[in-house]
Design a protein around this ligand. Structure first.
Ligand code: 8YV
Length: 316
């Protein structure tokens, strides 16, 4: 008998989906219309032993309660802030994620967003397509990156990969996170507020969850300032989105480039209406190669668990 697993979202990698279907008795929740999810889980939940989920869906206490035989949660992502660890610890449910394999693509997107905001690429694209160039509408010059400071909030794998890239653009670098990072020459600021004061670009690469919720607040955004730019490729929960929208609208903050939002996939209309923002739909890890590698880790962790072998990338 193959172990039964509940699959919350598909992988774009066909080999990953084929392996899931070959190795497990899969219940594909994502194939059901949203209105039918409750009934689907009610029908299959009792025998589900594994959950294949995403960084944003995770597993809350309500879902866990409907999966009484659950043994493992395999997260297709690095962030595990959407998993209720109170439940997994209490029930001895294992949790895995996908560290390492998505670092470079997420760091690439952070840099792409930073450049897009700095050089106003979406507005310039619009300028050309809309005929403003032909009509000789005057352009305001952008500001160079040379000599500017990038402050990286969260200096783990992704933060360091962002720093390595931005060093190549001639930017000065600083970071902040509560724990000092030993193996780096990048100076650590005294606090997140100090980092924002010292930076022209604040790049958020920190983990989501209770410890970071709303920490990029009105004060931090004001410290970043009218010439400053916020880049977020981590979690929308880290930024006070209402304060961000207000700061961008009234000029307290210069610009923002965001891949993540507080209530995905909803993006406040007040934010999408602003000219000084660049927005992408949570796609940091969305490349063919990386999504395959992530999905393979999900499959391999599930296989290891049900074979009684050591997990490849356990979180707990
Ligand atoms: C994905 C992510 O959007 O790694 C994470 O924490 O947020 C992303 O890579 C998601 O988990 C894809 O399943």
């Amino acid at each position: 008998m193959k172990p039964e697993i509940l699959v919350m979202a598909p992988s774009p990698s066909a080999p990953v989906m084929e392996q899931l279907d070959a190795q497990f008795a899969c219940h594909h929740l994502w194939r059901e219309p949203a209105a039918g999810h409750d009934a689907f889980i009610a029908a299959v939940g009792a025998n589900v032993r594994g959950l294949a989920t995403t960084g944003t869906i995770g597993m809350d206490a309500a879902l866990a309660a409907r999966l009484p035989r659950l043994e493992i949660v395999a997260v297709n992502g690095i962030g595990v802030d959407a998993v209720d660890f109170t439940v997994t610890r209490a029930r001895g449910i294992k949790v895995t994620n996908t560290p390492g394999v998505l670092t470079d693509d997420v760091a690439d997107l952070a840099v792409a967003l930073l450049l897009a905001a700095a050089r106003r690429i979406p507005a310039l694209d619009h300028y050309v397509r809309g005929g403003s160039w032909g009509a000789r509408v005057p352009l305001t010059p952008a500001r160079t990156l040379r000599g500017k400071t990038a402050g990286i909030y969260g200096f783990g794998r992704i933060g360091k990969a962002v720093a390595a890239r931005l060093a190549g653009f001639g930017m000065a670098l600083r970071y902040y996170q509560p724990n000092v990072v030993a193996d780096t020459d990048v100076p650590r600021s005294a606090s997140l507020l100090a980092l924002a004061q010292e930076a022209d670009y604040l790049v958020v690469c920190a983990p989501g969850g209770a410890a970071t919720r709303g920490l990029v607040d009105a004060g931090v955004l004001a410290a970043l300032g009218p010439q400053g730019t916020l880049v977020n490729v981590a979690r929308g929960s880290i930024v006070d989105e209402t304060a961000l929208t207000a700061a961008l609208a009234n000029g307290t903050l210069g610009a923002a480039a965001l891949d993540v939002f507080a209530n995905e996939p909803q993006v406040p209309a007040a934010l999408t209406a602003l000219p000084n923002v660049v927005l992408t739909p949570h796609v940091g890890s969305l490349t063919v190669e990386t999504r395959h590698a992530m999905g393979q880790l999900v499959v391999d962790n599930l296989l290891a668990h049900f074979a009684g072998a050591r997990l490849l990338t356990p979180v707990q």
